[in-house]
Design a protein around this ligand. Sequence first.
Ligand code: PLP
Length: 378
Amino acid sequence: MRAYFDNASTTVLLPEVIQEMTKMMENVYGNPSSIHNHGRTARAIIEGARKKVANILNTSIGEIFFTSCATETNNMILKMAVQELGIKRILYSAIEHHCVLHTIDYLKSRMNIDTIKIPVDVSGTLDYGILHAELEKAPGPTLVSIMHGNNEIGTINDLVKIGELCANYKAYFHSDMVQTIGKYPVDMQELNIHFASASAHKFHGPKGSGFAYIRNDAIIPPYLHGGSQERNMRAGTENLYGIVGLSKALELSVKNMNHWRTHIEKLKEQFIEGILSEIEDVTINGTRDGLYHIASISFPASPKSELLMFNLDIEGISCSSGSACSSGIEEDSHVLQAIGHNPNRKTIRFSFSHFNTVEEIDYAIGKLKSFCQDKVII
Ligand code: PLP
């Protein structure tokens, strides 16, 4: 059996998305910037896709900008906001994705700004008190960058609460929404967010296609210079097929959201209950009410659990490790370190989609049980 449990990393393309993209590839090839008929056809398709995305998020079409991925979007927003909006401080959570963390490190090393990391507790929940206290200090224009759902342990941040805090202290608010757009209902009118990012390949769309939400009152200059594509916000010929795939995938993800969510929630529950009852001394990272598609599990040390991911891969199970290799030494990720995780325990992230089945979950529980039997004391 082969089971794909790495859906937080990327997802399989929906057949309807492949169909739609293929149809476009076969029939539409004009440059959307050309004024002739071929170009106008391509332009109309892109604007149709933008309208679809804007309607789904309840924004205006002028607030959606297509990009190549969320990494590009987050770089663009953070760098251009600091450059253009006179930002003097960035407040961000300790468990942001590397594309946010490394961009903030870069900005700190080049610009005269303060960067303040807001801690999380053992469950990965943001310390809202510290965020509030830092905003209260108000020593200059501030950008708050806090993700919606964490990609490793699945904790969800309260965007309404953070948005209200930001509004009270006139701070700009950026949220990496890569793990939630397409999985949770999002109404931008209910959130005080200036900037957000999303990526098609996380919701069954193609890789290399993402978008930025930039609110009308927080316009930033372009990050890429060149032509006047994306209303002068992002130069470069648009990824027509990627944009078509993104909008189709988002449309279907939203249309099927409740139905897919119910299925995934059941699988996650079955998986966690199975693991807790079959294997001794396992712990679940994050909170039980975190992202419904992510389960981050720490296993006790055992001869086989040392190579747990490798062993699972051999048995046909694809998942993701919670550690990274630094100078030849396995180290817990920055997220696990931030929650004070015991590095002797082996952490694996299992992330699900509606394509997963009950049989795959049972199979994985059985394999995990056999790998975790020979325990050693550390
Ligand atoms: N932000 C989060 C939370 C993610 O999970 C990822 C992908 O793993 C990214 C950003 C980067 O997305 P992309 O692959 O589109 O650059």
